[in-house]
Design a protein around this ligand. Structure first.
Ligand code: RP5
Length: 162
């Protein structure tokens, strides 16, 4: 099974990444996590991206806040799909990172999830791997069914309560 590569710009992004690793663990998908910054350690970020395919990764998640260039910098150095997570930092409520991540110029796409959207980044990475992996597809189908059952139970509960 291909691995998911997860890169965060700073260890201060870890709470967002934890949502992604928890989801991937639930789905039984292997992953590897690194701290590489597009600004502070650009060489390491580039080397990770350049070697990601030969190192067994099928998709990369990149999380960063503020002037968030990490996902774009990773995407510039690989043709693997890259999912960007804009992280909310102290100022501007994460809008800065959202716009920096989503507004990629033509030619180097980054699939951007919501601000702090770690869980959805993991689910999207799983869906990408599921194109070629039946085992992951089944797990995603099971998860959709159990999520729907949980909502239907909430509906029953609220009808009884109110
Ligand atoms: C970004 O700057 C990181 O991804 C982080 O979200 C933000 C702040 O980094 P620290 O100052 O907390 O290391 O590069």
């Amino acid at each position: 099974m291909k691995k998911v590569g997860i890169v965060m710009g700073s260890d201060s992004d870890l709470p967002v990444i934890k949502k992604a690793t928890d989801m991937l663990s639930c789905l039984g998908i292997p992953f590897e996590v690194h701290v590489y910054s597009a600004h502070r350690t650009p060489q390491q970020a580039k080397e990770f991206a350049c070697s990601a395919r030969e190192n067994g990764f099928g998709v990369i998640i990149a999380a960063a806040g503020m002037a968030a260039h990490l996902a774009g910098a990773i995407a510039a150095n690989t043709t693997l799909p890259v999912i960007g997570i804009p992280c909310k930092s102290t100022y501007l409520d994460g809008i800065d990172a959202l716009l920096s991540t989503v507004q990629m110029p033509t030619g180097i796409p980054v699939a951007t999830v919501a601000i702090n959207g770690g869980a959805n980044a993991a689910l999207l990475s799983a869906q990408i791997l599921a194109v070629e992996d039946e085992e992951i597809r089944k797990k995603l189908d099971e998860k959709r069914a159990s999520d729907a059952a949980a909502v239907l139970q909430k509906d029953k509960d609220i009808v009884l309560k109110l």
